[in-house]
Design a protein around this ligand. Sequence first.
Ligand code: SAH
Length: 465
Amino acid sequence: MKHFPIFLATEGQRIVLSGGGEAALAKLRLLLKTEAALTVHAPAPAREIVEWAAGGRLTLIERAVQAGDLDGALLFYAADEDATEDARTAAIARAEGALVNIVDNLSDSGFITPAIVDRDPVTIAIGTEGAAPVLARAIKADLEARLSPVLGRLARIGKAFRHKAEALPFGRTRRNFWRDYYFSDGPEAFDSGGEDAARVALDDILARHLNGPDREGRVDLVGAGPGDPELLTLKARRALDRADVVIHDRLVSPEILELARREAVLVSVGKQGFGPSVAQDDINAAMVGHAGKGAHVVRLKGGDPTVFGRLDEEIEALDAAGIPWRIVPGITAASAAVAGIGQSLTRRRRNGSVRFLTGHDMKGFAEHDWRALAREGEVAAIYMGRTAARFIQGRLMMHGAAPDTPVSVIENASRPDQRVIDTCLSRLSDTLDAAGLTGPALTLYGLAPRHGRAEAARPLQEIAL
Ligand code: SAH
């Protein structure tokens, strides 16, 4: 270990930085988080530095560093981005006893600034001794995504609760108490009601753990997005990270299921169009059964759980069983599909509203306000529209829609095998018959692919009949 990580006490200390450009700004943004008194030497300071000085957050001296300036300073940053000037200022600082960092010059620096994940008072410093800054950034990004943004505030609240937590026996029980607070109940309470709710949650979790080892089960109704794992929300990722049981639709991609906690039990309830599917009652029973035994269940649905997801039926079953639940929204197929053709769902002077339609419902092909939809400029995202294509086409044309109204069908939106079919209303059904779709497909009525853009975003295989 050439560099030993430590946490430096900055309260009441002085830190001096020389430089007024980008490198200086990057360091100052970090240093402003400390309790140290900051002095910046810059003959030509960036606007932000002048503003920080005016706001009393640092002292700005608009001239270069001279001997005597460092008197008693703890740290010095040479950030002029000029090798000669940096060597000169660093030599002064060293002679005056400060620990020196020269930006982008590892070998002449007495210390380096790590990549920092800031959940103050929880701070994580990541260093690679200059070997792989890319790696440090990747690790930082990973941790940023994993740790609740309010972890630091939870830690402050938690600290004041430590003496109460001593009512729990030392060891596993107490560890489980803190785990629940920091990784599930705490962040959730904070989300819904801020610090006060987090404090109430602490009392609740404590009462629960004092009453015995049984955890209260609950269900997160989570949107898995359209398939690309990167389109998962951070909340969804965290829920998957903590789940005991994941009950998922067949639409959910394997890459996303990979993200579930290793010990989690995965239950497929294969709902997909007309394929074999598990009855809704059985899905409800599975959720209630697992959560009733104390499991943290993630009910993972493709896209957004509130869009054609039979969410209300599931919520009613959970309410009837007295099981707590919450909804974690996701990116719906319409959003991914329209991105895939480089278009916008709404557009000034074209359409001020957009409809989400289902091609079929419990009774068969679904009826809609065809007359309204047939008007020029209307846009609709049609879910589960493949088998209903001929019906939809006929209804719209019967109500006066122009035969050449553009229609795009996006199969496997956001996935590596995404395919865009560019057609028009009068040819919709024939085009789909010829295309031989196998994956989930969304029909965007009233929108054609914006060719150049869509191709730049993702290679397209287009079929235009
Ligand atoms: N809750 C989901 C929709 C469930 S209904 C959502 O918000 O996206 C299932 C229908 O969604 C499919 O028949 C198809 O029309 C559409 N769909 C889901 N994922 C899709 C994808 N990746 N590409 C295209 N369409 C998709």
